[in-house]
Design a protein around this ligand. Structure first.
Ligand SMILES: C=C(O[C@@H]1C=C(C(=O)O)C=C[C@H]1O)C(=O)O
Length: 167
C-alpha cells in the first residue's frame, strides 16, 4: 500500500534559528541590541503620511465602509543595524492618524530612536496579533499592537545578514 507523504517545501517553514526572533514577545530592539552587544543603528528610508492600501486597512483590522474610505497614516520605513555593515532587519511601521493623538505624537519625531524605546517604555509586552510570512526579502513578521488602546502595525523582515551573523 503506497503512502503519500507531502513534505512541506522548506520555503514554507522558517529556519529553526529564526523562530525565536519571529516569535519574540516584547521589544525586538531589546533582543537585537543584546545580540549585537551595542545599541541599534536606525537608518530611515522613509517617514511621512501616505494613504493606506486596502491590504493595510485589513491588516489594521478595519472593516465595512472604513475599507472604502481614503485613510491617511504616518509611515516609517527603516533599516536596523546591529554590529554589522549590513542591516539585520528592514521594518515598516504604520500609525493610523487616530493613533497619533496626545503624547503618541512623539512617534512622528523619533528620528534615529528605535520605536521600541517608546512602545515598550512602561510595559515589557503588549497585546498583539502576529502574522508570519515569507517574502522575497526574507522571513517577515507583521505585528498589530494594541498600545494603550491605540492600534499600530509593525512589519519586520529579517535580512540575510542577520542569519549570516549567527554568532
Ligand atoms: C517595534 C520595535 O521597534 C523596532 C524599531 C523600529 C523603528 O525604529 O522604526 C521598527 C521596528 C522594530 O524592530 C521593537 O523594538 O519591538
Amino acid at each position: 500500500m503506497s503512502s503519500n507523504s507531502y513534505a512541506c517545501p522548506a520555503t514554507f517553514i522558517p529556519p529553526s534559528e529564526l523562530l525565536p526572533w519571529l516569535n519574540a514577545e516584547g521589544s525586538l530592539t531589546a533582543v537585537l541590541e543584546k545580540r549585537a552587544g551595542q545599541p541599534l543603528r536606525v537608518e530611515r528610508s522613509f517617514e511621512g503620511f501616505r494613504p493606506l492600501t486596502l491590504q493595510q486597512k485589513r491588516q489594521l483590522g478595519l472593516q465595512g465602509s472604513m475599507l472604502n474610505r481614503p485613510l491617511l497614516a504616518w509611515i516609517r520605513e527603516v533599516q536596523l543595524y546591529g554590529n554589522d555593515e549590513q542591516p539585520w532587519v528592514e521594518a515598516q511601521s504604520i500609525f493610523p492618524l487616530s493613533t497619533l493623538k496626545g503624547n503618541a505624537r512623539r512617534l512622528q519625531q523619533l528620528k534615529g530612536t528605535p520605536i521600541g524605546y517608546v512602545l515598550f517604555k512602561r510595559r515589557r509586552t503588549l497585546p498583539n496579533q502576529r502574522f508570519i510570512s515569507h517574502t522575497d526579502a526574507g522571513w517577515q513578521r507583521q505585528t498589530r499592537y494594541d498600545w494603550y488602546g491605540r492600534t499600530l502595525m509593525i512589519s519586520e523582515t529579517f535580512l540575510p545578514a542577520f542569519l549570516a551573523n549567527d554568532a
